[in-house]
Unconditional design. Structure first.
Length: 126
C-alpha cells in the first residue's frame, strides 16, 4: 500500500452530495477535504482546466473554483431509462489563493464530519 500523499483527511460523502460544474453539468461529490474534492460526472473533464463548482453537501453550500487534477472512467451506472451511462471520476483541487466564505464554511463542516463513517454506494449526478 502506498503512503498517503494528501495534505488533509478526506471525508467520504454518501448520497446527498451533488452540484453542477460549468453551470450546467451535474456532478456527484464522493469526498471532500480542505484542498479539494472527488467528483463523479457523466462527461470527461480536462485535467488542468479550471471550472466553477456549485454544490450542496448536507447543509453545506459551496460555490468555488476548482482545477481538475485527473479524470478517468470510473464505471457504468443505469440511467432512469434503463440504459448504461459511463461515469468519470475526477479529482478537483480548490484554486489556491481563494479565501471565500465558502471555503471557511467547508473547513468548519469538515471538522464536524471528519469522524463520520464512510457510506456505501456511488453517487449519481443529479
Amino acid at each position: 500500500m502506498s503512503p498517503e500523499r494528501r495534505k488533509s483527511q478526506r471525508v467520504p460523502i454518501g448520497h446527498g452530495g451533488n452540484g453542477k460544474i460549468k453551470a450546467s453539468v451535474p456532478v456527484g461529490i464522493r469526498n471532500l477535504s480542505q484542498e479539494g474534492a472527488l467528483l463523479e460526472v457523466a462527461c470527461p473533464l480536462r485535467p488542468g482546466a479550471a471550472y466553477d463548482l456549485k454544490a450542496v453537501v448536507d447543509e453545506l453550500e459551496l460555490a468555488v473554483q476548482v482545477k481538475i487534477t485527473r479524470c478517468r472512467a470510473g464505471g457504468f451506472v443505469t440511467d432512469e431509462r434503463g440504459g448504461r451511462v459511463l461515469l468519470y471520476s475526477a479529482g478537483a483541487e480548490f484554486v489556491t489563493g481563494v479565501e471565500s466564505p465558502d471555503l471557511s464554511r467547508l473547513k468548519d463542516w469538515l471538522s464536524r464530519h471528519a469522524e463520520r463513517p464512510p457510506t456505501n454506494g456511488s453517487l449519481h449526478p443529479a
